[in-house]
Design a protein around this ligand. Structure first.
Ligand code: RB5
Length: 147
């Protein structure tokens, strides 16, 4: 399982902190985010992460922008992506257990380093529960607009 991480200019330092934390645990992390403070467009980063997450079964993604909002909206436009904007460990756990989220979105200007580490740890170690949740996630995949 690879962890694909991507960020815009608002999330460079935060991304580095999260990446270091995951690498210290032995995870393989692929960085497709920007490493400079020059302004970039978060939809481009969302797309790069989404493509790499979908490339291999079991991959998970982490996307970071200032609030996590724009980049999660963008990632969810990609078919097969379920990106969850998480602000705490509870939502990170539920995003995996009930929604089978394959990307967690974080706001670098919203949450601190330690909370960010705890959220990603929870996200990558929690498995999808399946069962009734599989039916519901299947309905999202069939037609996101409900038609
Ligand atoms: C960039 O300034 C900021 O708009 C972006 O990082 C993000 O917060 C958008 O949702």
């Amino acid at each position: 399982m690879k962890i694909i991480i991507g960020n815009d200019h608002a999330g460079v330092e935060f991304k580095n902190t999260i990446m270091k934390h995951l690498e210290e645990q032995g995870h393989e992390v692929v960085n497709v985010g920007t490493d400079t403070l020059d302004s970039v467009d978060y939809p481009d980063i969302a797309k790069s992460v989404a493509e790499k997450v979908l490339a291999e079964e079991g991959n998970l993604g982490i996307i970071i922008c200032g609030t996590g909002i724009g980049i999660s909206i963008a990632a969810n436009k990609v078919e097969g992506i379920r990106a969850a904007l998480c602000h705490n460990e509870f939502t990170a756990r539920m995003a995996r257990l009930h929604n089978n989220a394959n990307i967690v979105a974080l706001g670098a200007r919203v949450i601190g380093d330690e909370l960010g580490k705890a959220i990603v740890d929870t996200f990558i170690t929690t498995e999808f529960e399946g069962g009734r949740h599989a039916r519901r996630v299947g309905k999202i995949e069939d037609c996101g607009c409900g038609c």
